[in-house]
Write a protein that binds this ligand. Sequence first.
Ligand code: SF4
Ligand code: SF4
Length: 96
Amino acid sequence: MARGSVAVTTERCKGCGFCVEFCPTHVLALSSAFNRKGYHPPHMIEPDKCSGCNLCGMYCPDFAIFGFKTAETKPAAIPAATEAPAPSEAMEAKEV
Ligand code: SF4
Ligand code: SF4
């Protein structure tokens, strides 16, 4: 499950591919689409592998991409099962 994502400002991109090369989990590829300057901006090809580390953003010379962490999607640790009190015990506890 993805723990991060990226935001791309496609019109700033000059298609250098640094973000693609330096992503440690190979999330990105250059798109076949062109921006208005005639470059191919990156897009996510493996979004589930993004950690939100922002290495892509640190290497981008044009501030055209940045990575960010998304909300934790794993369920919280479930404590060991405990027996629920019997209904009569629960009632007594309330009355005290
Ligand atoms: S935030 Fe990290 S894992 Fe996600 S695309 Fe950028 S470099 Fe890759
Ligand atoms: S590093 Fe920046 S300018 Fe280069 S391809 Fe990626 S987004 Fe575009």
